[in-house]
Design a protein around this ligand. Structure first.
Ligand code: PLP
Length: 470
């Protein structure tokens, strides 16, 4: 063994202790350090010839890279939809690395059963029945991709071809209908060989709404003249967290032949709040469902779960054909269900957090985030120069400038807020109007944090030059 490596092995307990101390220090002031950094990254260094050992690596990291890392795990990083990591989830994630299990199959370990237990808990958490099987994947994009891959195989079944054997071309033109799909949907269609152009957007309800007009969806399905289709329903859009009427869409199945995929990346968490659970009424009727876990479950990157009612089709797509693995029988190993073969045991962090805080603890995070979004919405409405673009339905505040809301001025506002170190918001465009979004999904965020975000916005808008060119 290389002497440096042997030395690290000898000192492993001390080494882990020093990493623990470092992480504890970093996390103890995460609420106070600048939420985002504008500092340039250090120039890339050469590959070390002789290594410096693990404590040397920790020192170099602390010196070169740690200071530039964002406070995205902290309470006022409201860009995108960004969760943090609960204490228990972090503990589970550390142990994931320590145990280093391959989550592809049992392989002499019970770790696959832990993943199944965790998937079962998540199914229950989101109000789904046992008709849905599930597996962990790396994020909602991958979860949407797997769901749509199963949908693609289902289309083949309806048309009498095997896409897994003959390829997507065997399907001919594919019709995918959706109101306000997330960008990951067209990415998935590209990956799956269905093509980005297969997506046809269906008109929305009107006004500021991002939910699909179900009557117009019915018309679009009618126009397909009996050809099977894929409908992507959206439960929680990223701009304004709008929800399609899942029950009404599912009811269309009585008249039309389609696979219903629901992108509930973070919207599924509405099921945990009695005040909001109605938004995901009908979710269980979906044929496949995407739920992200590194957002509102607050496990570290990366983790999501995908659910489907047709695991048989999923095995057809993802079956890893190999003489030494054999044909899956009974409960398929995870490598026959997901794009990866070898895979990280992502379930362990979620298992830790669900075990530590239970349904009640996670429901409190959801309810608090929703209350804080409402609080910021009210605060923003009272700030001169700002206005809300949509009511706060769940956990996102979508706001713009009252005067001259150009993309440049919104970007300048976002930069000023980030530059203050107080908060981080990300830009968007809602029905043609440039805007900023503040998304609440971190377990740490408090009312005091929320008021700091409002104050940072108020200062930034007050100091914003009247015109982008001023
Ligand atoms: C975040 C998000 C995605 C993509 O999630 P990743 O985890 O970044 O892959 C897809 N759909 C919706 C609605 C989202 O909010």
């Amino acid at each position: 063994m290389h002497p440096t490596l042997a030395g690290d092995l000898d000192r492993l307990p001390e080494l882990l202790q020093s990493v623990r101390d470092f992480a504890a220090r970093e996390l103890s002031d995460i609420g106070e350090r600048p939420v985002a950094t504008a500092a340039p990254a250090p120039p890339a260094g050469p590959l070390p010839a002789a290594g410096v050992g693990a404590s040397g690596a920790l020192e170099r990291f602390a010196e070169r890279w740690g200071p530039g890392f964002s406070g995205s795990a902290g309470p006022r990083y409201l860009g995108f939809v960004t969760g943090g990591a609960t204490p228990a989830a972090l503990a589970g994630d550390w142990l994931t690395g320590a145990y280093d299990q391959n989550g592809s199959s049992g392989g002499g370990s019970t770790s696959d059963a832990l993943e199944r237990e965790t998937v079962g808990w998540l199914r229950e958490l989101f109000g789904l029945t046992e008709a849905h099987a599930g597996a962990f994947v790396s994020g909602a994009t991958m979860s949407n991709t797997v769901g749509l891959a199963v949908a693609r195989e289902w289309l083949g079944e309806r048309l009498g071809v095997s896409v897994a054997r003959s390829g997507a071309a065997a399907l001919g033109p594919v019709h995918v209908l959706s109101g306000s799909p997330h960008s990951s949907i067209t990415k998935a269609l590209s990956v799956l060989g269905v093509g980005r152009d297969a997506l046809r957007t269906v008109p929305l309800l009107g006004g500021e709404r991002e939910a699909v007009d179900v009557d117009r969806l019915a018309e679009a399905l009618e126009a397909l003249d009996g050809r099977p289709a894929i409908v992507v329903a959206n439960a929680g859009t990223v701009n304004t967290v709008d929800f399609d009427d899942l029950r009404a869409i599912a009811a269309l199945k009585e008249r039309y032949d389609f696979w219903l995929h629901v992108d509930a990346a973070f919207g599924a968490f509405a099921a945990l709040s009695p005040d909001h659970a109605g938004l995901v009424d009908g979710l269980d009727a979906a044929d496949s469902i995407c739920v992200d876990l590194h957002k509102w479950l607050n496990v570290p990157y990366d983790a999501a779960v995908q659910f489907t009612r047709r695991q048989d089709l999923q095995v057809r797509v993802f079956h890893n054909e190999s003489p030494y693995l054999g044909l899956p029988t009974g409960t398929p190993d995870f490598l026959h269900l997901t794009p990866e073969n070898s895979r990280r045991l992502r379930a362990l962090a979620a298992w830790f957090s669900l075990t530590a805080y239970g349904r009640e603890g996670h429901a409190e995070i959801v309810a608090r985030c929703a209350a804080l979004a409402r609080r910021l919405g009210e605060g923003v409405a009272a700030v001169p120069g700002l206005r809300l673009l949509a009511p706060v339905r769940l956990n996102v505040v979508c706001l713009t400038l009252a005067e001259d809301p150009t993309a440049e001025r919104l970007a300048a506002l976002a930069r000023a807020v980030a530059g203050s170190g107080e908060a981080f918001l990300t830009p968007t465009v809602l029905h043609g109007t440039p805007a900023l979004r503040a998304a609440f999904s971190n377990w740490r965020t408090t009312e005091a944090d929320t008021d700091r975000v409002r104050d940072a916005l108020a200062r930034a808008v007050r100091d914003l030059p009247a015109r982008a060119d001023a």
